[in-house]
Design a protein around this ligand. Structure first.
Ligand code: PMT
Length: 404
């Protein structure tokens, strides 16, 4: 069990039904050795009482920004400085929005704004509220600022709906919080990730491309950065911001992506090819816009470089992970690619399923390596990417031990 001995944790409780789990979370954090203080919002007090949290934390609970007695003991600025981490659990959609917009209209939001310590939020809300574009944009803003987002879990909700938005179980949450204080698994490891589509020009105004949004590859890059890796993300045209702490190299064509990977790969220990690289490009790029003349026209295409296979052919070579976008015989086709391209691991996705794969928020992966395989069931791409990075870590560090 990861310890939290001598860690000072400020637990923020906001007003959602999942607040009933907060006392249990406080109890489990203390079991791991943490000193815990609690700040509640006004809405949180509609769900549980400060007395309950005072009893489990062993400390007075703070609720008001303008409380002369409490400010005399430990003012909000001292509280912000005191904490080794601030954990908001549950974090409602409203609190996440206020945090993303830098509001300081109650004690908890003020402390979050006044701190330089690590900030963790565990969202919990109705699944439609979680899926809402505004909430997702706010969560993205927080991630970009380095806030760690824990969860949410998917499952039956208090409102009777089923979906993502549940607060993780208190023991899991306590373990995830404790993990923030252990040395990150990929510290000192250099990782190169490709993402997004490529654009292969036909003439000055037309190109061949595909439906990749880049979300999967960006999520993988972000998950590696979160695990302490030094990450270079080589991305085709995607409308996504660079993940925090990741060096982003933007390219257009498969040739440019191959060149950018060649420039970044020396000294890298892990390579992940999540990009949907065009297999063919027009053999000739017309200098002028092609005019409409005959009823039909034929475009001659030529093969692009296979970036993944060429990285796997290098000596010394990094640990190489490919993706396989398949619409039939998923595992069989992915295994063939694993062997043909000499990969260490391949993440196969069935891109014929609605709502998964290309240009969607969620995906599901069947991860295959030479001696085993694992299923990562349908989940948001950020969550899935963290699972994939864990699996890569298991194999990568095992190989390193074997080869040392
Ligand atoms: O970007 P999103 O909208 O989030 O969608 C995610 C995704 C579906 C694009 C992603 O999960 C995925 O499957 N990426 C790989 C898509 C693909 O091109 O698969 P493939 O089976 O054609 O290629 C196999 C592997 O070879 C891939 O790792 C690919 O990056 C690599 N490749 C392919 C061709 C080429 N010329 N060079 C390569 O490196």
């Amino acid at each position: 069990m990861n310890t939290l001995a001598q860690k000072k944790l400020l637990v923020g409780v906001t007003g959602g039904i999942a607040a009933y789990k907060s006392p249990d979370l406080v109890r489990r954090l203390r079991e791991r050795g943490a000193e815990v203080r609690v700040v509640m919002t006004a809405a949180a007090r509609e769900f549980i009482t400060p007395l309950t949290l005072q009893a489990v934390s062993g400390q007075p609970v703070r609720t008001d920004l303008f409380d002369p007695a409490a400010e005399a003991a430990m003012g909000h600025i001292e509280l912000a400085r005191w904490a080794d981490a601030i954990v908001v659990a549950p974090a409602t959609a409203d609190f996440i929005a206020r945090l993303a917009h830098g509001r300081a209209d109650d004690l908890l939001s003020t402390v979050c704004l006044a701190t330089r310590t690590r900030l963790l939020v565990a969202p919990a809300m109705n699944q439609q509220m979680w899926a809402a574009a505004a909430t997702q944009a706010n969560v993205e803003v927080l991630r970009q600022r380095g806030v760690r987002v824990l969860g949410p879990d998917t499952g039956a909700q208090a409102c009777g709906e089923v979906g993502p938005g549940r607060l993780p179980a208190p023991d899991e949450l306590a373990a995830a919080i404790a993990a923030q204080f252990t040395a990150p698994r990929f510290a000192g490891v250099r990782v190169v990730v490709t993402a997004g589509p490529t654009r292969e020009p036909v003439d000055p105004v037309r190109y061949i491309t595909n439906r990749s949004s880049g979300k999967m590859g960006y999520a993988v890059a972000e998950a590696f950065a979160g695990a302490g890796a030094e990450v270079t993300l080589v991305s085709g045209p995607a409308q996504l911001p660079a993940p925090a702490g990741v060096a982003l190299v933007k390219v257009e064509t498969a040739e440019e992506m191959a060149a950018a990977v060649r420039a970044a790969i020396d000294g890298a220990q892990v390579f992940v090819g999540a990009a949907a690289v065009a297999d063919y490009r027009p053999a000739e790029v017309a200098g002028q816009k092609i005019k409409k003349t005959a009823e039909t026209m034929t475009l001659a295409l030529t093969r692009t470089p296979d970036i993944l296979a060429s990285v796997a052919m290098r000596t010394p070579r990094p640990f190489v992970v490919g993706f396989a976008a398949e619409t039939e015989r998923i595992v069989e086709n992915a295994r063939t690619k694993l062997e043909r391209k000499n990969l260490d691991m391949i993440a196969a996705n069935d891109v014929s399923l609605p709502g998964l794969g290309f240009d969607s928020e969620e995906n599901a992966l069947r991860v295959i390596w030479k001696t085993g395989e694992a299923n990562l069931p349908a989940a948001r791409k950020h969550e899935l990417a963290r699972g994939l990075v864990e699996l890569i870590g298991d194999r990568y560090f095992e190989n390193r031990v074997e080869n040392s």
